[in-house]
Design a protein around this ligand. Structure first.
Ligand code: ZN
Length: 162
């Protein structure tokens, strides 16, 4: 770090302390040549979130693409624009909150399908039929059965002690 006063690169750190939230580090520095003192702040610069696709290629996370996938699934269903936006926000912040900067496309797909399942069963089935790319019709029917079973459970009288 060059001295802001005389410009020499012969400066030293005299004190280092992390900020209260741990998001940055404050350093007091002193110039060895002219003894000028100054402060620098250091914070991590996150690289943008990347998505690793099934074929191994990595591309930047694309919010518009995520939204388009969800919109296709909820087309003509009773799911409002606002709901879609909050769904996209929710998924994006979950992904951004992860320690790692690279997420797999299958993880993104799971986040979407988990939430769609609670919102609209038809949208969920549409989404997983694309994202899971069932190779056999039986696989698709199994998934459909699982959803329909869950649907039946929803209508069971609440007799359990929770
Ligand atoms: Zn200096």
């Amino acid at each position: 770090m060059d001295c802001p006063d005389c410009g020499t690169d012969r400066t030293r750190v005299v004190d280092t302390e992390p900020s209260a939230d741990g998001a940055s580090v404050r350093r007091r520095r002193e110039c060895r040549q002219c003894t000028f003192r100054f402060t620098t702040y250091e914070r991590p610069e996150w690289d943008s979130l990347q998505v690793k696709k099934r074929d191994g290629t990595i591309e930047p996370f694309d919010r518009a693409k995520l939204r388009a996938g969800i919109e296709r699934a909820v087309e003509k269903r009773d799911v409002s624009e606002t709901r879609v936006t909050s769904l996209v926000d929710d998924i994006e912040s979950t992904l951004q909150g992860r320690e790692t900067r690279i997420v797999s496309s299958s993880l993104v797909g799971e986040h979407v399908s988990d939430r769609l399942r609670d919102i609209d069963k038809v949208a969920y089935i549409r989404f997983v039929s694309v994202y899971k790319a069932f190779s056999e019709p039986e696989e698709f029917l199994r998934e459909l059965d699982a959803v329909l079973d869950a649907e039946v459970d929803d209508f069971e009288p609440a007799t359990r002690d929770d």
